[in-house]
Write a protein that binds this ligand. Structure first.
Ligand code: ADE
Ligand code: ZN
Length: 235
């Protein structure tokens, strides 16, 4: 996702990103920093998601993003901080690292939905014989069954035509979250087989086949939109 974004940066945006990194440091290698600091900065936990109820008419910022403690408000906040030349170098670097991570997180559909199950974390799943949960399955379980990263990157980049860059770069962070929430309805929860709450949901090849193109497109969208934010900030 980060490498997709980097391939789409303008020279000015690329230079700003380089300037925020140490020599030899790669942005892709810093994408999980926001997860690494969660334990020592517990207040950042809710910044990774927005709980839009699965069975609702959609996002209600007052209800779903209390006190601005959600991924939508944090992307907007760190975008503004990244843009602001009067913020310290350290503050801008931190804003960049949060932005990279949160734009990725919000495109994992389960980071924009809740079904009284902590974004699927409390839904036990058996996927191809292994016990996991719905959230973890969409975080990395499905990715593991897909192609190796380098091969996948080239394939995803081919799908990113100038038309889709224009189309996906449009809209607000709130609209992007609503889109991710709808994807959770149609492609995460909708296709689940009927199950009893206390029994793990059995998922196999059929679910993986349905989900893989969805995972790929979410990664593509995240890369395009991270680039859109960084490019707009460099103008
Ligand atoms: N904890 C509570 N809701 C969550 C969600 N939607 N994603 C990740 N963690 C959560
Ligand atoms: Zn996260």
């Amino acid at each position: 996702m980060v490498r997709i974004a980097q391939g789409l940066l303008t020279p000015q945006a690329q230079a700003q990103v380089q300037a925020a990194l140490a020599p030899g440091e790669a942005l892709a290698g810093l994408a999980s920093w926001a997860d690494d600091i969660r334990k020592v900065r517990p207040e950042t936990g809710p910044w990774h998601y927005v709980d839009i109820p699965l069975n609702s008419t959609g996002l209600d910022m007052m209800r779903d993003c209390p006190k601005g403690n959600c991924v939508i408000a944090k992307i907007e906040e760190f975008r503004d901080r990244w843009r602001n030349p009067s913020v310290s170098a350290e503050g801008r670097r931190e804003a960049l690292l949060f932005l990279v991570h949160f734009v990725g997180d919000m495109h994992q559909p389960l980071h924009c939905v809740d079904n009284s199950d902590q974004g699927g974390n409390q839904v036990p799943v058996v996927f191809q014989g292994s016990a996991t949960n719905l959230h973890a399955l969409w975080d990395f379980g499905l990715l593991r069954t897909m192609r190796a990263e380098d091969e996948l990157l080239g394939q995803l980049q081919q799908a990113i035509t100038p038309q889709v860059v224009t189309e996906w770069s449009r809209g607000t962070v709130e609209q992007w979250a609503m889109e991710s929430w709808r994807t959770a309805q149609t492609s995460v929860y909708g296709p689940l087989p009927a199950h009893t709450p206390d029994q793990p949901v059995q998922l196999g090849e059929g679910y993986a086949k349905m989900a893989q193109p969805v995972v790929e497109q979410q990664i593509e969208k995240a890369g395009v939109r991270l680039a859109a934010i960084l490019n707009a900030s460099a103008q």
